[in-house]
Design a protein around this ligand. Structure first.
Ligand SMILES: Nc1ncnc2c1ncn2[C@@H]1O[C@H](COP(=O)(O)OP(=O)(O)OP(=O)(O)O)[C@@H](O)[C@H]1O
Ligand SMILES: O=P(O)(O)OC[C@H]1O[C@H](OP(=O)(O)OP(=O)(O)O)[C@H](O)[C@@H]1O
Length: 220
């Protein structure tokens, strides 16, 4: 009988990867050496297991690869999952890594006189326009979003807008840019995500990976 194609696990480049590597080890996935070589241009990696390979993509693209079934499994923050809200993605395991929060922030000087309860229309710079619009629409505030892909914290000082919605962890990026949090939209951690159609066609293999990740998180 022909062997099924290896499962594809999509992982994000960047900060989550450092926290993810020990979890991959704990579930028994050891990618080939080029995976840990930051200078390597390789994007697709064999592992010690013939039935799983790993691809490394941008954090937002993990969700897209998994939603379209190009990857069977992935690791993504719930900031990314909320922004796309793909119905094709199932997120069964909280990996307890990538802890941060999605927050609204504004200049310290503005906060002194500001009352969020009185907002009716605000302009916000963010990488998360969809989450931002729905968060504010739920209380009748129209949020006009300017999409940025990074360095949101610069926007108020340069007059692009007065408020931003961005991820906050230690708060040091906000304070270095004289901004303060006004409210939290969501707590964020990274999840193991699975393509729902793949879960139906390859249930044994995928459920076994879900169990292994769950056990590895519980063992930490
Ligand atoms: N300061 C932080 N502390 C903890 N987790 C974070 C922090 N910032 C981001 N994250 C989590 O890590 C994920 C990837 O963020 P990261 O900043 O590495 O990607 P990025 O560089 O913004 O994106 P891209 O891959 O598009 O370059 C986010 O989606 C979020 O879930
Ligand atoms: O509260 P802190 O601990 O300062 O963390 C918050 C920062 O972390 C993330 O950016 P990251 O460092 O990942 O860089 P990026 O702007 O390139 O996404 C986020 O976008 C904030 O800028």
């Amino acid at each position: 009988m022909p062997q099924p194609q290896p499962l594809v696990l999509a992982v994000p480049k960047g900060r989550i990867l450092k926290e993810l590597v020990p979890l991959l080890e704990a579930v028994g996935i050891e990618p080939e050496a080029a995976f840990s070589d930051e200078s390597s241009r390789q994007l697709r990696f064999r592992t010690n297991l013939p039935d799983i390979e790993v691809v490394r993509v941008r954090s937002f693209d993990v969700a897209t690869f998994v939603a379209f079934g190009a990857a069977h499994l992935g690791v993504a923050g719930n900031d990314v999952l909320m922004e796309f809200d793909y119905p094709e993605i199932y997120a069964p395991v909280d990996l307890n890594i990538g802890h941060c929060r999605l927050s609204v922030a504004e200049p310290q000087s503005l906060k002194k006189s500001d009352d969020p309860a009185r907002w009716s229309h605000i302009r916000v710079a963010t990488k998360y326009p969809s989450v931002t619009r729905s968060h504010f629409a739920a209380r009748g505030v129209q949020a006009e979003c300017i999409k940025l892909n990074g360095a949101m914290e610069l926007a108020p000082a340069l007059g692009l807008c007065r408020r931003i919605v961005d991820l906050v962890s230690t708060g040091s990026t906000l304070s270095a840019n004289e901004l303060v949090e006004v409210e939290t939209i969501a707590e964020v951690t990274s999840k193991l995500i699975v393509n729902r159609a793949a879960l139906k066609t390859r249930p044994t293999a995928l459920n076994s990976w879900i169990d292994r990740f769950r056990e590895a998180v519980d063992a930490v």
